[in-house]
Design a protein around this ligand. Structure first.
Ligand code: NAD
Length: 493
């Protein structure tokens, strides 16, 4: 079949600006083929989007929540109707295998429906100031608190979830009645552009929606620094996130930062071996490990470690690495060559320090897979706390195994790195699990489930270098609003 290169516009204040002189190409990670081009936004595009958003945020401020709710239902329905289209696109731009793309679309639709519900649930409180001694005169007063939109939200997304990532930011921003300017990842901007088109068609005020792809250090930076934007929500690498958060804070803007993770999956001697192995296999190798809450470190107690490693090796060998468009593929390519080389060098560096590869450990060397960025699912045993696979996020298909002798050592290993996103503990003893959950420094703990179990309307986010602020529609909405207190004195009425 002939390869067709399709052009994608930027969306500025709801209007499409076509590909012009300044464009970038998008390649399929599975073959290296160019299949699309998109308009790279320049400073005029950024200024245009910000300018439109000034009016857009007023229109959103005035908008009745029931109307927003209906528009979200329409967006959700359209994404669902375009399921086949999005599955192809996610495979083309992100290298997602069929089942991962399906799951991403299903969750995106669910998040949009959650936004439809939550947009109608913005409530305040009525207060009786007679509860307080100060200030004097409270006997004739009452007060209420209400939530108001922050204004214009800048949403900056990474490449690993090209549809769900943007949905998790744009949906709460609009549900909270803000204007939004989305700056998608340069490697995978196309699902964002399609999402923008659908949102505009659903009836949201045009001026409140912009999707402007381009380099983070130019387009993202200008948006964060602009006087016309009010809030920044970014998912990405820790170094990027911390510098963007500092820049935003300098300008008085709050932010949500969803950053790197090194989530431990802890298996104690009395844990469910079969389930832990199945969860670890999925947790480590789904989307070639390029998931923030992937199981990135297997911390296993000595009494069960040999059995775990043997079974994990078996299940890893059974994974089918292949063309993302093939329905039976379990794992596809990594996003690009740099990412593949980084994982390879982390593994090699730990092997030279004494760790042992049990399976994988190199790129795919056979057949059509050699054309893309395919790295074999890899297990590395005997990883120690000072090694790079315990300290640095590989963001690739590798399952490092760290052996520990006790619960105490397991907690120490879990906490012995800069990150704290999610974590998980497998044990039959719920008392032990709950005590351990209290001591693990992470934004979330799963007991007898892997770290990648995520509920889209519950808080998601990290501690330490994994960032701050929380996603989850209801929680992100609160972050993207300000609380106003109104006091009324009835004395003069
Ligand atoms: P990245 O930091 O390179 O890029 C993220 C986004 O930030 C991109 O859109 C990029 O263009 C933009 N950006 C870069 N520099 C910028 C600047 N100076 N100003 C404004 N914007 C800028 O991250 P990535 O490689 O796309 O994504 C992978 C990382 O994302 C991993 O570390 C992963 O763990 C993390 N991640 C975290 C979560 C979470 O929920 N915590 C979810 C997914 C991915």
């Amino acid at each position: 079949m002939q390869n067709v290169v399709k052009d994608y516009p930027a969306i500025i204040g709801g209007e499409e600006a076509p590909v012009a002189e300044n464009y970038a190409e998008v390649k399929r990670p599975s073959t290296g083929e160019v299949f699309a081009r998109y308009r790279v936004a320049d400073s005029d595009d950024v200024n245009g989007a910000v300018e439109f958003a000034q009016k857009g945020k007023e229109l959103m401020f005035e908008m009745q929540p029931w109307k927003i709710s209906k528009m979200f239902r329409k967006v959700a329905e359209t994404v669902e109707k375009k399921r086949d289209f999005f599955r192809e696109l996610l495979s083309d731009e992100g290298g997602k295998v069929w089942k991962d793309a399906e799951a991403e679309i299903t969750r995106s639709v669910a998040v949009l429906n959650l936004a439809a519900e939550e947009s109608t649930r913005i409530e305040g409180n009525l207060h009786d100031p007679r509860a307080y001694e100060y200030p004097p005169g409270n006997d004739t007063r009452f007060a209420y608190t209400k939530w108001e939109p922050v204004g214009t939200v800048v949403a900056i997304t990474p490449w690993n979830y090209p549809l769900l990532g943007p949905v998790h930011k744009v949906a709460p921003a609009l549900a909270a009645r803000n204007a939004v300017i989305l700056k998608p990842a340069s490697l995978t901007p196309l699902s964002s552009i399609e999402l923008g088109r659908i949102i505009v068609k659903a009836g949201f005020p045009k001026k409140s929606i912009s999707v402007i792809p381009g380099p983070g250090k130019v387009v993202g930076k200008l948006l964060v620094e602009s006087n016309g934007t009010d809030f920044v929500t970014l998912t990405g690498d820790t170094t990027t996130g911390l510098s963007v958060a500092a820049e935003a804070a300098r300008r008085g803007k709050r932010s949500i930062m969803e950053l790197g993770g090194m989530d431990p999956l802890i298996l104690l001697n009395d844990g469910d071996l079969e389930k832990a192995v199945a969860d670890a296999t999925k947790g480590a190798f789904t989307h070639a490990g390029q998931v923030c809450i992937a199981s990135k470190r297997m911390i296993v107690q000595d009494g069960i470690a040999d059995k775990f490693v043997a079974k994990l090796t078996e299940s890893t060998k059974s994974l089918k690495v292949g063309d993302p468009k093939n329905k039976s593929s379990d794992m596809g390519p990594m996003i690009d060559e740099d990412s593949l080389l980084r994982v390879d060098s982390l593994i090699k560096s730990d092997v030279s320090a004494g760790a042992k590869i049990l399976v994988g450990g190199s790129r795919a060397k056979e057949g059509v897979l050699t054309k893309g960025h395919f790295y074999l699912p890899t297990i590395v045993d005997n990883v120690t706390l000072d090694m790079r696979l315990n300290m640095e996020e590989p963001f690739g298909p590798v399952a490092p195994v760290i052996r520990v002798s006790s619960e105490e050592e397991a907690i120490e290993a879990a906490n012995h790195n800069p990150f704290g996103l999610n974590s998980s503990i497998y044990t039959a003893n719920i008392g032990v699990a709950i005590k351990m959950a209290d001591r693990i420094k992470a934004g979330g703990v799963r007991i007898n489930d892997p770290p990648n179990v995520r509920w889209d309307n519950l808080p998601h986010g990290g501690v330490k270098k994994s960032g701050f602020g929380r996603e989850g529609v209801k929680y992100a909405m609160k972050e993207m609003m300000n609380m106003k207190t109104v006091g009324i004195n009835l004395q003069s009425l």
